[in-house]
Design a protein. Sequence first.
Length: 136
Amino acid sequence: MHHLHNFNYVAIVVVAVFQWLLGALWYSPPLFAKPWMEIVGRKKDGDRSGLALGMVSSIICDLVLSFVLAHLVLWSDPRDFLHGMFVGFIAWAGFIACPSLPQGIYEGRPFKLFAINGGYWFVALLVSGGILAVWR
């Protein structure tokens, strides 16, 4: 547990907030809200009772994800932003894309849903890995 002292906890929080804000933008009307809502069967003026709980759980899980990604960055010791992005890419490929794609196929979901959701995490983890690599 000695390595826990080497983290920049401010960077971890900033990365989590970045992921949360990116999600708010990614799933907003100018970007992917309409196709995402159509695929998952949500109505624009539908029930919003779970919105607050979803937002709170998102920021908590973004904090956990950022802390885990900080471990991967620390252990791989990337030299710069680009190498940190590579660590983010590896995390995305192994922990997001590989389980999500076949799950969507098994569930009969359209590839477009994987592209929207997976695309969000692709961008989030690339940028997050880069930030965590340079801001230690």
